[in-house]
Design a binder for this molecule. Structure first.
Ligand SMILES: [Zn+2]
Length: 485
């Protein structure tokens, strides 16, 4: 497809659009007091994502440069107006909503009858199937149902938390994704009221984002309130499951990415694809996460540093593996390209394979200099092990990665006689000459006298980057030192 010019509506077309959209497309307030120069006409669906340039895909919006006047066009940032309009609507609504109570202030009482022999009930005529849990010999009955929003209210006796700020994200998420679990409520048969005591965020998200009229619930019938309050509290504190570790999240991201590629290839594994083909629906952040996770997965197969020597947690690091997962991520962010590549796989200008080789090469050289013959968790008091520990203090790793990130591009630029563009490793596999330069940088970095002086260790183990940076500077450990030939 040849790239067509970005269309700009003519004055006549603008008049037409203003007739069609008498108010701002985004905020739906008037243009009174805004002259032509303070109004922008933009694609409702992003032209950059391949939507057409027809006039019907244009709408006017506030775009005043004057402080105190509206600039909806600027506020939307890089989002498509259609997306931002919805976000704007949600945020505006949320200013008036502190909790489910604001959306469902008073439940309309329902008529409920149930039969514990048939294990059935009716809720204003709607049939529900009953389930039971025995607690210390006493049965508690409950049912699953899609409950109309006017039948529910917030349970002020149990509800633990006010809405938190992440609600906007959840609202947008649930517009495109399944709600995996229902909210929880109790039915007070005496008053006929259904009171929501857990999962109000999801409920609010469905009501605001998806304008849902019914919400999925598990409803307990007349449970003991004080007992339940305790249970809910403990569920949110003592029994909160361990959050996913970053390494688990990355593995999942990688799996999703692989599955998408397979879908795209439709069974033909050799079918070329570009990363844009696979990643275009995602936000920039998400694209970076997918690419980062994929690179890490590749490094796991190629290097000990990303495998046997990789610690998932600080505690694990102290006892067995030196290289923290967070440090590996930092390394990848500095040296790899985390923007999608437009060139298809298999094309000589697609450097993902070279990149992986190059990243692995650097990690392997770092391993040889810092770990090999030193790291020995079985003899933690040995000098070698102590030195290796020093190299891998969390914040110290950050600083030597900075030094490498300055030294390597500098040396490679000198070698090439011109400035190196783009991420250091995203290029063809390093030549022998380039490898030799990088090896020498890594040697000079870790053989520096700074490391051997035990008096420096307290600073190196500090959690203030600045202290460590100053120590490096004081001892002249920088890119000039490292890239000397
Ligand atoms: Zn506006």
């Amino acid at each position: 497809m040849t790239k067509e010019e970005r269309r700009i509506p003519t004055p006549e077309e603008k008049r037409q659009l203003r007739k069609q959209w008498p108010v701002c497309y985004i905020c739906e307030t008037s243009f009174d007091g805004y002259d032509d120069s303070e109004i922008q006409y933009d694609h409702i669906y992003a032209y950059a994502k391949g939507y057409p340039q027809e006039l019907s895909n244009f709408a006017p919006m506030h775009a005043s440069p004057h402080p105190g006047k509206l600039n909806c066009h600027k506020d939307k940032g890089t989002k498509a107006p259609i997306e931002y309009k919805e976000e704007f609507r949600i945020k505006k609504l949320l200013t008036k909503v502190q909790g489910l109570g604001d959306l469902c202030p008073k439940a309309r009482p329902v008529h409920f009858e149930y039969d514990v022999h048939l294990m059935e009930g009716t809720l204003d005529g709607e049939k529900v199937r009953l389930y039971k849990q025995e607690i210390e010999g006493k049965p508690i009955y409950y049912f699953f149902h899609d409950i109309p929003s006017m039948w529910i209210e917030s349970d002020d006796e149990i509800q633990l938390r006010p809405l938190d700020t992440r609600i906007t994200g959840l609202i947008l998420h649930l517009k495109h994704n399944l709600q995996l679990l229902p909210s929880l409520a109790r039915l007070e048969t005496a008053s006929g009221k259904i009171k929501v005591f857990d999962g109000q965020h999801k409920a609010v998200a469905q009501l605001i984002g998806n304008k849902a009229e019914r919400l999925p619930f598990i409803v307990f019938i007349d449970p003991d309130v004080s007992h339940l309050r305790n249970t809910v509290l403990e569920a949110h504190t003592k029994f909160v499951q361990q959050r996913y570790q970053p390494s688990h999240v990355d593995k999942k991201l990688y799996d999703v990415y692989r599955a998408r590629i397979e879908d795209f290839q439709g069974g033909n594994e050799s079918k070329p694809f570009t990363e844009r083909d696979i990643l275009f629906p995602d936000s920039k952040d998400r694209q970076r996460q997918f690419l980062e996770a994929t690179i890490i997965e590749g490094l796991k197969e190629k290097t000990e540093m990303a495998n046997e020597l990789l610690a998932r947690t600080v505690r694990e690091q102290r006892s067995k593996q030196p290289f923290l997962y967070s440090s590996l991520k930092r390394f990848v962010r500095r040296f790899a390209r985390l923007e999608p590549v437009d060139v298809p796989t298999g094309h000589p200008d697609n450097h993902r394979e070279g990149e992986l080789e190059n990243l692995a090469f650097i990690l392997e050289e770092i391993r040889k200099e810092t770990i090999h013959g030193r790291w020995n968790p079985k003899d933690p008091e040995s000098e070698g092990h102590k030195l290796a520990r020093t190299y891998y203090y969390d914040h110290t790793v950050r600083i030597w990665l900075e030094v490498l990130d300055e030294s390597i591009p500098f040396a490679l630029s000198m070698l090439a006689g011109k400035k190196l563009e783009g991420p250091v490793c995203y290029r063809s596999k390093f030549s022998f000459e380039q490898e030799a330069r990088i090896r020498s940088i890594i040697e000079r970095l870790f053989k520096h006298g700074l490391w051997l002086n035990p008096e420096n260790r307290p600073v190196l183990s500090s959690s203030f980057d600045l202290d460590i940076r100053n120590l490096f500077a004081k001892h002249g450990l920088d890119y000039v030192h490292c890239s000397k030939v």
